[in-house]
Structure formats: structure tokens, C-alpha cells
Write a protein that binds this ligand. Structure first.
Ligand SMILES: Nc1nc2c(ncn2[C@@H]2O[C@H](COP(=O)(O)OP(=O)(O)OP(=O)(O)O)[C@@H](O)[C@H]2O)c(=O)[nH]1
Ligand SMILES: [Mg+2]
Length: 228
């Protein structure tokens, strides 16, 4: 839930969702490192909180807080970035962690043999959001682990989105808000599209609040919507 405070601070919650082992924790780790080491539009504040098992798999959630480095005159934006625990048994937990989410980055394990598990995870998300995805909650797709062989591509996942009614045709007013599908690698050394996919989700989340009052903005009055 976006919160605006009297001292011009804005709080936005962004959630990484996806099947176990798809790379959510790795992504937030990489996002943290790269925004700490390089000058970007966001910078981490404090440390990452990771609650995981000995195996490295997330037990409860991860959380990192990032602050906008732009928009100084208009106040600060704080992004509370969470990951869910992807293992099946943590489904009730995921529902709790989801509460108050403003934007979702759906993290796919692109290896072909996990195709169905990714769809199951997407269906669970749809179930929790009850028709709010795209309309009220922007969603961005990371096709992660593209550095591996035997992986699915953008067209394969676009078909999944169509089947799940998360894809709009050009004549539909929500067409502009179709999820962007980014081929990614979350590993720090080989990172690809980690920052870009986050910043696009952050940007859309801001636009939904500023121009759409919590919904996907419709119409031509968003001329400068690249600015956010
Ligand atoms: N090759 C490759 N391995 C990756 C990539 N992203 C993550 N991994 C590896 O995949 C494994 C699982 O990554 P995590 O980030 O822990 O996955 P997760 O989605 O947080 O998993 P849960 O916490 O169980 O939901 C780790 O061994 C990572 O190093 C990637 O882009 N490419
Ligand atoms: Mg994790």
C-alpha cells in the first residue's frame, strides 16, 4: 500500500514472487550490491534482511529498503522490496507477505523442465490478487537463468500470460500495461536486466499512484510518463 507522509516521503512495496529456486533472493542480493557499488536512481538504506534455511532457500522472506536518489526537491521515495519463500509448503506465508504489495516482479525459472511449476506459481499469485494484476498492481516478468541451456523464451511465456488472461490486445485500454518480459540472469557476475526490470516495476508502480489513483492510468494525459 503506497503511503504518503506529511514530510514528503513515499513508501512503495515491491514484491518478488515465483517458484522455489527461481532466483528471487539472488536478484535482490544483486540489486543491493549493484546499487550500492554503482550510482543508480536508487540506493540501499541499511542491510538486506534474509531469513533463510541452511540450504539458502528462503524460510520466511527477504527484505531490502531502497531510497530514490532523484526527486530531491519533491521528497524521497522509499521502496520496500520483499521476496516470498517459493517452496510449496509456504503458501499461507506468501499470502501474508503479499499484503500491501504495490508492484510485483514475477521471477520465472526459465529451465524448460520447470515450465509447469512456474505456471502453478503464477496461478497462486492470481488467486491471491483476485483480478487486480495489471489493473491495480503492475506486474513485470523476469525470465531468469537465461545463462543456462534448455530455457524457455519470451514467446513461450507470453503464451502463458495469454492463457492466464494477463495479456491485453492492442485495442484494449490496458494494452500499454502488458507485463514486460525481461530475459535475465540474476547472478552478480553475469547479471543481466536485474536493475532494468526492477526500475520498470518501480516506475509503473509510481505511475499507477500518480496518474491512476491506484489503478492503471488510462488515456492520453500521461505524456511525460517516462519521467517518473
Ligand atoms: N545459473 C543461474 N543460477 C541462478 C540464477 N539466479 C539464481 N540462481 C541460482 O539458483 C539457486 C536458487 O536461487 P535463490 O535466489 O535462492 O532462489 P529463490 O527464488 O530465492 O528460492 P526460494 O527462496 O526457495 O523461493 C541458487 O543456487 C542461485 O545461485 C541465474 O540467473 N542463473
Ligand atoms: Mg529466496
Amino acid at each position: 500500500m503506497v503511503r504518503f507522509t506529511a514530510d514528503h516521503k513515499v513508501y512503495i512495496k515491491i514484491l518478488y514472487w515465483g517458484m522455489a529456486n527461481s532466483g528471487k533472493t539472488t536478484t535482490v542480493d544483486t540489486l543491493y550490491r549493484l546499487t550500492k557499488e554503482n550510482e543508480k536512481d536508487i540506493a540501499p538504506t541499511g542491510n538486506l534482511t534474509k531469513i533463510s534455511m541452511a540450504s539458502g532457500s528462503t524460510l520466511y522472506f527477504d527484505r531490502g529498503i531502497f531510497m530514490s536518489t532523484k526527486q530531491k526537491s519533491r521528497g524521497k521515495v522509499f521502496y520496500h522490496v520483499y521476496t516470498v519463500a517459493g517452496q510449496r509448503r509456504f503458501s499461507p506465508l506468501r499470502k501474508k507477505i503479499f499484503k500491501g504489495t504495490d508492484g510485483v516482479i514475477f521471477t520465472v525459472d526459465s529451465q524448460t523442465h520447470f515450465f509447469e511449476d512456474n505456471i502453478e506459481s503464477l496461478k497462486e499469485l492470481k488467486n491471491i490478487t483476485r483480478g487486480k494484476l495489471i489493473k491495480e498492481i503492475p506486474i513485470i516478468i523476469m525470465l531468469n537463468k537465461q545463462d543456462l541451456t534448455e530455457v524457455i523464451g519470451e514467446e513461450d511465456f507470453k503464451q502463458v500470460l495469454k492463457d492466464e488472461k494477463l495479456w491485453f490486445e492492442p485495442e484494449d485500454k490496458l494494452y500499454r500495461w502488458n507485463p514486460i518480459i525481461y530475459p535475465t540472469c540474476a547472478l552478480y557476475e553475469k547479471r543481466s536486466n536485474v536493475y532494468r526490470s526492477f526500475s520498470e516495476c518501480a516506475r509503473r508502480t509510481g505511475l499507477y499512484q500518480i496518474y491512476g489513483d491506484g489503478e492503471a492510468p488510462i488515456g492520453d494525459n500521461i505524456k511525460d510518463f517516462r519521467e517518473f
